[in-house]
Ligand binder design. Structure first.
Ligand code: PMP
Length: 424
C-alpha cells in the first residue's frame, strides 16, 4: 500500500471546492468500498483510476462508450474537425449530414435536432409534444429515469410542486395503469414517455410487453398525443434503429444521446413529420449545441454502427458473461438475478434486499481489476473480447470465493443514509 493515494488526495481536495465532494451519479461515495472517484485515462474496454489501477469497465461511461474508449476512427474524425472549426458562430454543414444519416437509420424519423445531454433531448421532446397538442399532461412510468432537469430529477430537493405539474404516472408494462392514467388526463394528454425496456435502478429489468407498447401507441393515436421513446441509454445498443423497432412500434419522437458519438458530447431529438411544425415553433438552443467536432464524431460512429457487427459481438459476449457468472455464482452457493438485454445487464443477488452482497462482490471485483455497478444496468462495448469476459468471470469466481469467508452482508451505510435501501 502506498502512503498517500492520489485518488484519496483528490477526494480530500474536492471536498473543499466541489459541493459534497461530487454530485449526481458520479459520486463514488454511493459505490462499494474502495471504488475510485477519479480517472486519468481510458482506452478500448479499460479505464485507469487516478492511482493508475486498470479496470475492465462494465459501465462504459454510463453508456457513451460503444466502440471502445479513444476509438481511433471516431477520435481522428473529431480531432480533424476540432482543428478545422468546432464551436463557431453557427453550425457546420456536418449538422445536415448528421440529420440526414440519423433520419435514414431511424425508421420513424423525418427530422433531427441536436443538443448536448440526454436531458436536453427529453426536455425538448416534452416541449414539442406540448407545442404539437397545445395540451399539458404527460404520462411517465413510475421509477423511469429521463434526466436531471427540475421536471424529472429523481431527487425533489431544490424543485417545486409546479415543476411536476401535469404529470401522471403508470407502471411500466401494466396496460391497466396506462389506461387509467390516460383517463385521468381527461382530454388534456400531450405525451406518453416510454423507456425502450424497463431499465430502472435497483429493480430487475424487463423487456417491453407488446400489449403495453401497442396500447401506448393507440392511446396517442386516439387522443392526438405524441408517443416518445427515450432511447438515450439504449439507443443503438439493441438495434440499428429506434429500440422499439424490435417490437414493431413506431414512436412520434425519440430521444438519443450517450453512444451516438462514442463518448463525444452530443444528443438528439428525432421526430416524425407529424411533429415537424410543432418542433419548429419552440425556442431551444445552447452555446455548444452546434459544435462541429462532436458531429464529426457522431458521423464516424454511425458509419461503424452500419458497417460492423458491434451489436452481434456485444450480444455474444453478453451471453458468455451471463452464463459464466451464473455458473461461478452457483459454484459458491450464490444466486444471481441477471436481467435485461445481455449487452446491457443488471446484476443483483438473490436474497439481498439491502444490497450488501452486491456491494461486497463489487468491492472484491474492483480489487481484481473489474468495474461493475451494484444497482444500475451495465454496458458491454465492442472493444471487449472473449478473453476480457473470461477475465471478468474468473475474477467474479474469486470474488464469490472471498465473499464466502463472511456469513452476513450488511446493507452499505452510505445507501442506508441516503435512504436508498433499508438497514438489515
Ligand atoms: N434518459 C435516460 C433513459 C437516461 O439513461 C439518461 C441518462 N442516464 C437520460 C435520459 C439523461 O441523459 P443525460 O445524463 O445525458 O442528461
Amino acid at each position: 500500500m502506498t502512503a498517500i493515494k492520489s485518488d484519496k488526495t483528490l477526494q480530500r481536495r474536492a471536498e473543499a471546492v466541489i459541493p459534497g465532494g461530487m454530485y449526481g451519479h458520479q459520486s463514488a461515495r454511493l459505490m462499494p468500498e474502495g471504488y475510485p472517484q477519479f480517472f486519468e485515462r481510458a482506452e478500448g474496454a479499460h479505464i485507469w483510476d487516478a492511482d493508475g489501477r486498470r479496470y475492465l469497465d462494465f459501465m462504459c461511461g454510463y453508456g457513451p462508450n460503444l466502440f471502445g474508449y479513444a476509438h481511433p476512427g471516431v477520435d481522428d474524425a473529431y480531432i480533424a474537425q476540432l482543428r478545422r472549426g468546432d464551436t463557431m458562430t453557427g453550425p457546420s454543414g456536418l449538422m445536415v449530414d448528421l440529420a440526414e444519416d440519423m433520419t435514414r437509420m431511424v425508421s420513424h424519423a423525418d427530422w433531427a435536432m441536436f443538443c448536448k445531454n440526454g436531458t436536453d433531448a427529453t426536455t425538448m421532446a416534452m416541449m414539442v409534444a406540448r407545442s404539437h397538442t397545445r395540451k399539458a399532461k404527460i404520462i411517465l412510468a413510475k421509477g423511469a429515469y429521463h434526466g436531471a432537469a427540475p421536471w424529472c430529477t429523481p431527487v425533489r430537493r431544490g424543485t417545486t410542486q409546479g415543476d411536476r405539474a401535469d404529470q401522471l404516472f403508470c407502471t411500466y408494462n401494466d396496460v391497466e395503469s396506462l389506461d387509467s392514467a390516460a383517463r385521468e388526463a381527461g382530454g388534456e394528454l400531450a405525451a406518453i414517455f416510454a423507456a425502450p425496456f424497463r431499465h430502472d435502478t435497483f429493480v430487475d429489468q424487463s423487456e417491453p410487453d407488446l400489449a403495453y407498447a401497442k396500447r401506448a401507441r393507440e392511446i396517442c393515436d386516439e387522443t392526438g398525443a405524441l408517443l416518445i421513446v427515450d432511447d438515450v441509454r439504449a439507443g443503438f445498443r439493441l438495434a440499428r434503429d429506434c429500440s422499439w423497432s424490435r417490437i414493431g412500434i413506431e414512436p412520434d419522437l425519440s430521444c438519443w444521446g450517450k453512444a451516438i458519438a462514442n463518448g463525444h458530447p452530443i444528443s438528439a431529438l428525432l421526430g416524425s413529420d407529424k411533429a415537424r411544425a410543432a418542433a419548429s415553433a419552440i425556442y431551444v438552443t445552447g452555446s455548444f449545441w452546434f459544435s462541429a467536432a462532436p458531429m464529426a464524431a457522431a458521423l464516424a460512429t454511425l458509419k461503424l454502427i452500419l458497417e460492423t457487427d458491434y451489436l452481434e459481438h456485444t450480444q455474444r459476449l453478453g451471453a458468455q458473461l451471463r452464463t459464466g457468472l451464473d455458473a461461478a455464482a452457483a459454484r459458491h452457493g450464490f444466486g444471481l438475478r441477471q436481467t435485461g438485454p445481455v449487452q446491457m445487464p443488471l446484476i443483483l443477488f438473490e436474497d439481498d434486499p439491502g444490497l450488501g452482497k452486491g456491494y461486497a462482490w463489487g468491492a472484491a471485483l474492483a480489487q481484481r481489476g473489474v468495474y461493475v455497478h451494484p444497482w444500475h444496468n451495465m454496458f458491454l462495448c465492442a472493444a471487449m473480447t472473449e478473453a476480457d469476459i473470461k477475465f471478468a468471470v474468473d475474477a467474479a469466481d474469486a470474488a464469490f470465493a472471498e465473499m464466502r469467508r463472511n456469513t452476513d452482508w450488511p446493507a452499505p451505510a452510505a445507501l442506508v443514509a441516503a435512504g436508498m435501501v433499508k438497514a438489515g
